[in-house]
Design a protein around this ligand. Structure first.
Ligand SMILES: [Zn+2]
Length: 301
């Protein structure tokens, strides 16, 4: 549709007594005084002998009782605005284009959303590292890449567990198991920078938060925010899982500054029932929709 046709079509729907003169202009009733006016399809201006000239944007804003910006956006959608205001130009450039079809993508159905920040909390020795490895194994089976940053478990325990989950053969191509690399170390900075540059989506597991952020006081909001910022950066490109110890006080679900839970998308309490060999997950924060309770068999021989 040409500019002139589009314009005619649009103003016929809105204005009274619309008549086409030629391709360059259309006659209609002035939206301000009701006299006859001319609308020029080239400049998109209205010209009334009583009110003078005003822009089609102003006419639409008056007719639809909306502000100028909304009118401009509407006309923009109909391709009836030539130059946009600087505000709309920058806002349009920065805005997402479509939010109607943004389905949540899960790496594990209803449990682990893609490009999310997930917190797993548990008591000492109640299976959160085992659960994290279980997750790693599932993801690796689905051809994902996992980066496991372990500052908690001793070498012998790690090698035993990798054996248990049959993950040894995946090392250095699908599973990058990195030990003793804390937040402020040169090694971590290097890794972080590369992760921020790559287009290769990874699942990054931090075991545990406290051990990774060894130089930070996680009871302090400022320190906690600083640490969480690191994870939030990664979450823009990757899926991040943080393991965290539960406090000894059973009434509290998590330790430390509330900034930690505030920053994550999903938080679960994890518990391994050693008798039935099942993991039990209870979500206590779900900014992204997940199933609240999970019972998952520990999948080893
Ligand atoms: Zn007028």
């Amino acid at each position: 549709m040409k500019n002139g046709d589009q314009l005619k079509y649009f103003i016929s729907a809105l204005m009274k007594d619309v008549r086409e003169v030629d391709n360059s202009c259309v006659l209609a009733r002035c939206v301000r005084c009701g006299d006859e006016m001319t609308i020029f399809s080239e400049s998109l201006e209205c010209a009334c002998s009583t009110c003078g000239r005003y822009s089609l944007i102003d006419a639409v804003a008056t007719m639809l009782h909306v502000d100028r910006q909304r009118a401009e956006l509407l006309l923009r959608k109909l391709n009836l605005v030539k130059s946009m205001s600087p505000f709309l130009k920058i806002a349009e450039k920065l805005s997402i284009s479509d939010a109607s079809n943004q389905k949540i993508e899960y790496l594990i159905d209803n449990l682990l959303p893609c490009k999310s920040l997930t917190l797993l909390t548990a008591h000492y020795g109640s299976g959160k590292s085992l659960f994290a490895l279980h997750v790693a194994k599932k993801l690796i089976e689905n051809n994902h890449t996992v980066v496991y940053i372990d500052n908690d478990n001793p070498h012998v325990v790690v090698s035993e567990r990798l054996e248990l989950f049959k993950l040894n053969s995946k090392l250095k191509h699908q599973l990058f198991y990195i030990m003793h690399v804390t937040k402020d170390s040169k090694e971590y900075q290097e890794l972080h920078n590369e992760l921020m540059k790559t287009d290769h989506h990874c699942i990054i597991i931090f075991d545990t938060l406290t051990d990774f952020a060894i130089n930070y006081d996680l009871n302090n909001d400022f320190d906690a925010s600083k640490v969480m910022k690191t994870f939030k950066e990664l979450r823009n490109k990757h899926t991040v899982i943080i393991l965290h110890h539960k406090p000894k006080d059973l009434s509290q679900k998590f330790k430390n500054s509330t900034r930690i839970v505030d920053s994550v998308d999903v938080a679960y309490e994890v518990f391994l029932d050693k008798f039935t060999k099942t993991f039990h997950l209870n979500a206590f924060k779900t900014r992204i929709q997940v199933k609240e309770n999970h019972v998952i068999p520990l999948d080893i021989d």
